[in-house]
Structure formats: structure tokens, C-alpha cells
Ligand binder design. Structure first.
Ligand SMILES: *[C@@H]1O[C@H](CO)[C@@H](O)[C@H](O)[C@H]1NC(C)=O
Ligand SMILES: *[C@@H]1O[C@H](CO)[C@@H](O)[C@H](O)[C@H]1NC(C)=O
Ligand SMILES: *[C@@H]1O[C@H](CO)[C@@H](O)[C@H](O)[C@H]1NC(C)=O
Ligand SMILES: *[C@@H]1O[C@H](CO)[C@@H](O)[C@H](O)[C@H]1NC(C)=O
Ligand SMILES: *[C@@H]1O[C@H](CO)[C@@H](O)[C@H](O)[C@H]1NC(C)=O
Ligand SMILES: *[C@@H]1O[C@H](CO)[C@@H](O)[C@H](O)[C@H]1NC(C)=O
Length: 226
């Protein structure tokens, strides 16, 4: 077997992986009422330009959330007063974070930065549905241009082939063990690929073992864009 087809195939797989990469949150699943230590990860710059800002809208379902400082970035937090305080896990809450941003930093287009936060998941009603997905719309600002990760998959205005999806988080009583993440803190610093990326990765692994150059290329490209 000539290494050439494997190399080409690996490159195609790597490109598919890159194109599937989108802004995400780790962990991306949890149970109703659970406290989450998480982080956002930006996949790459805007069309090759370095990232200089990340602005996040908090889903209305979440009333307890704290974005964490990131070294060399300026954290700005906006609050909304609640007309009626709500009880969250026995604590009275009278204001919520509505949006926040990290600005003034610099992540090279091929670099990686984790933006941490803690939040408490809402007590969603899972009586008639296996899970509920909440979305964090995010605007990624770059030296040149910006990317609006604000699309909500499944809605009429969202085009799956051209849209930029918001970071999504699934709330369920029981989740697939490969995505469940209640205690694994390492997850926050080594984000898992999205499920679609994961499919490309595992689908590629079979033939990649046949070609060392393919593995190297794939690993190198993957490392750049996770
Ligand atoms: C989140 O991190 C804090 C401090 O590191 C720790 O005390 C807490 O138990 C963590 N919570 C979860 C749900 O992992
Ligand atoms: C991305 O960058 C390339 C090369 O600089 C340019 O040709 C292309 O128009 C850009 N695409 C967008 C969407 O800005
Ligand atoms: C913060 O910025 C300084 C000065 O540019 C740089 O030396 C340092 O490595 C940066 N730290 C991080 C964590 O990026
Ligand atoms: C909100 O709660 C904090 C402490 O729980 C309290 O100090 C503050 O006065 C409250 N604000 C309003 C507008 O009720
Ligand atoms: C989504 O975008 C692609 C590429 O521009 C286009 O060909 C396709 O018709 C669009 N689909 C819908 C449902 O608008
Ligand atoms: C959420 O529920 C759907 C069915 O409505 C299921 O296909 C999907 O696997 C569930 N996701 C998780 C993370 O449990």
C-alpha cells in the first residue's frame, strides 16, 4: 500500500475535522441543578486572524453564573436585576449575569485558550423529554473581522452547512458516559471534540494507523484546531 492515498485521505479527514470545529464549552452535559466548573474553548481565529475578544450571552435559563478571570484578558460582566428573587439550591438570588466578555488578550489563529466559568444548571422539567439543550451565543472578535457563533441549530433561520452554531450544553438525568463529565477536571483543560468531529476522528483512526505521515499530519492539524 502506497502511503500517498493515506496521506491524502488523512488530509481530507483533517480538513473535515477543522471545518467541524466550532466554539464549544466543556463539559457539555450535566444534570438538572448541578454545579458546573467549565470553560469555553475557541477553535481557531476568524479566517486566519488572531482572536482578541470573546463576548458571551448567558442563556435565560441560568441565573447563577460566574465567569473567571483569564490572565492578560480584561473581564467585563453585565448584570440584570431580578424583580423577584429566586431560590437556587436554597440560596436567594436577586441579580443574574446577563452577558460578559473577555477582551484585550491575544490568541494566535493556530493557538488555544481556555476561558473558565462556573454556573448552576436550572431545574429543567425532564418529564416529557430526555434532555434540554441550552445555548451560549458567543461573538468571537479577531484582529481582522469577527465570527458570530450565535446560530441555533434546528431553527428556521439556521443553515447547517453555512451557520456558526452557538456553544451548546445538554441537560439530562443520564447522559452517554462518553460525554458525561461530572468529576473529570482534566476535561476543562483538554476539551473533547464535538460529536461530529469525534466521528471524523474515530472514522479516520483505522487507516491512519497504516501511515505514520498521515498520523503525524492529522495530529498536528487536530492539535491546532481543537
Ligand atoms: C469546582 O471547583 C471548585 C474549586 O476548585 C471546587 O471546590 C468544586 O468542588 C468544583 N465543583 C465541581 C462541580 O467540580
Ligand atoms: C478568508 O481569507 C481569505 C484569504 O485571506 C480570503 O480570500 C477570504 O475572502 C476570507 N473569507 C472571509 C469569509 O472573510
Ligand atoms: C501576558 O502578557 C505578557 C506580556 O505581553 C506575557 O509576557 C505573558 O506571557 C502573558 N501571559 C499569558 C498567560 O499569556
Ligand atoms: C441582593 O442581595 C444582596 C445579598 O444577598 C443584598 O445585599 C442586596 O441588597 C440585594 N439587592 C436588592 C436590590 O435586593
Ligand atoms: C444553506 O447554504 C448552502 C450554501 O450557501 C445553500 O446551498 C443551501 O441551499 C442552504 N440551505 C438552506 C436550507 O437555505
Ligand atoms: C438528547 O435526547 C435526544 C432525543 O431527544 C437523544 O437523541 C440525544 O442522544 C440526547 N442527548 C444526550 C446528550 O443525552
Amino acid at each position: 500500500m502506497s502511503p500517498q492515498p493515506s496521506l491524502v485521505l488523512a488530509f481530507v479527514a483533517a480538513m473535515a475535522f477543522v471545518c467541524n470545529a466550532h466554539v464549544g464549552i466543556s463539559p457539555s452535559t450535566g444534570q438538572p441543578g448541578q454545579s458546573i466548573n467549565g470553560s469555553f474553548h475557541v477553535p481557531h481565529g476568524c479566517n486566519g486572524s488572531a482572536t482578541t475578544g470573546l463576548s458571551v450571552s448567558v442563556p435565560s435559563e441560568i441565573v447563577v453564573l460566574t465567569p473567571l478571570p483569564v490572565s492578560n484578558w480584561t473581564l467585563d460582566v453585565k448584570y440584570t436585576k431580578l424583580d423577584t428573587p429566586v431560590q437556587v439550591n436554597g440560596v436567594s438570588v436577586n441579580q443574574t449575569v446577563s452577558s460578559f466578555s473577555w477582551t484585550g488578550g491575544y490568541v494566535p489563529a493556530d493557538g488555544l485558550e481556555e476561558f473558565g466559568l462556573t454556573f448552576t444548571l436550572p431545574q429543567v422539567d425532564l418529564t416529557n423529554t430526555p434532555n434540554v439543550t441550552i445555548y451560549f451565543p458567543i461573538v468571537q472578535t479577531c484582529v481582522v473581522g469577527s465570527t458570530e457563533w450565535t446560530g441555533i441549530p434546528g431553527t428556521a433561520s439556521y443553515n447547517a452547512s453555512t451557520g456558526s452554531p452557538a456553544a451548546s450544553f445538554v441537560i439530562a438525568n443520564s447522559v452517554d458516559s462518553t460525554t458525561a463529565d461530572t468529576h473529570d477536571h482534566d476535561h476543562a483543560t483538554s476539551p473533547t471534540p464535538s460529536s461530529s468531529s469525534g466521528t471524523s476522528t474515530s472514522g479516520a483512526s483505522g487507516f491512519l494507523t497504516a501511515s505514520l505521515s498521515g498520523v503525524t499530519l492529522f495530529a498536528a492539524v487536530s492539535a491546532l484546531f481543537i
